[in-house]
Write a protein that binds this ligand. Structure first.
Ligand SMILES: C[S@@+](CC[C@H](N)C(=O)[O-])C[C@H]1O[C@@H](n2cnc3c(N)ncnc32)[C@H](O)[C@@H]1O
Length: 295
């Protein structure tokens, strides 16, 4: 069994292990969320760009007080918290990583809940929603088509689904995928990447009509650049004390943990290469469930 087959066939174990190991590292060098800010102006501040990005996404979901929203792979809960506060809707965030959820649960609002749950089993939730969002986690899904079909089953007629996806460029040959995309996928435990046209097919098969699709690569370039520079800086600042704290963490979380932490550095370099080559496309896909909205 190769690495990618293992990630696919053991996705729950893979995700729990991966985010227990690297969650704190990313919080230290990134934020309480792992997705990217859209920069419309070159001199935008990070805070302004994130605020505008989050408002854009919340607006696209089209929910308000009395509505229900589901954030899939909510991670540390930063966006679910924003959504609950800004829209007044009842928001549920689900994630497969207990380590991520421990952080998410520090956000407290009466209309915000978090649950340990697998996207692949999302249809088993005893609830349906007016809006569903999934950001920066599709690469981990072991079966993208099945995931979209099950997500669609949780949506009320007329409900919106916003997917912020890490797509592979259309028409890459297998050598290009192997040389440029496979290294970071291997370091990040990603079984496969889908193309935007692949998602279009999965959406259509699941009764989801595409409302809008935007390739955001140019507008998120600063995020990749910054991620790369932070990885370089972190490598330069690696001290014996830091190494000892990571090693201690690895003792508590299993011997794989230190390896996973170390692998984040080459992953950041390869991911920048995948972006610079244009092989990785940060894609906004907004879809609507067929049928008449009930409210
Ligand atoms: C890169 S983080 C993104 C987190 C969040 N969406 C954000 O934008 O901040 C990926 C998240 O996906 C979660 N994840 C991956 N596969 C999952 C699955 N099958 N079900 C639920 N969560 C999953 C991980 O635990 C992790 O928290």
């Amino acid at each position: 069994m190769n690495d990618f087959e293992w990630f696919r066939d053991h996705h729950t174990e893979n995700i729990e292990r991966m985010f227990a190991a690297v969650g704190d590292l990313y919080a230290e060098f990134w934020n309480d969320f792992f997705h990217f800010a859209i920069f419309d102006q070159p001199d935008d501040s990070w805070d302004d760009a994130f605020l505008r990005t989050h408002r854009f996404y919340a607006g696209a979901l089209g929910i308000g007080p009395g509505g229900t929203a589901l954030e899939l792979a909510c991670g540390r809960g930063g966006f679910a918290n924003f959504l609950a506060r800004e829209t007044g809707a009842e928001v549920l965030g689900i994630d497969l990583s207990r380590a991520q959820l421990r952080r998410a649960r520090r956000h407290k609002q009466p209309n915000l809940q978090f649950l340990h749950h697998d996207i692949m089993a999302v249809h088993e939730l005893d609830q349906t929603f007016d809006a569903v969002v999934l950001m920066d986690a599709d690469i981990y899904l072991p079966d993208k088509r099945l995931a979209i079909e099950r997500i669609s089953r949780t949506m009320n007629p007329g409900a919106r689904f916003l997917l912020i996806a890490w797509c592979k460029q259309e028409g890459l040959n297998s050598l290009q995928e192997e040389v440029v995309l496979h290294p970071f996928m291997r370091y990040w435990g990603a079984p496969s990447l889908e193309s935007a046209s692949g998602y279009n097919k999965h959406f259509a098969a699941a009764g989801l009509r595409i409302v809008d699709q935007i390739d955001l690569n140019d507008k998120v370039a600063r995020n990749w650049e910054t991620g790369y520079r932070r990885a370089i800086k972190a490598a330069q600042e690696l001290s014996t004390a830091k190494a000892a704290s990571y090693a201690w963490k690895s003792l508590r979380q299993g011997k794989e943990s230190l390896r996973l932490i170390k692998e984040q550095f080459p992953a950041a370099l390869y991911i920048k290469a995948a972006f610079d080559a244009g092989f990785l496309r940060y894609t906004y896909l907004l879809a609507e469930k067929e049928g008449q909205a009930l409210h």
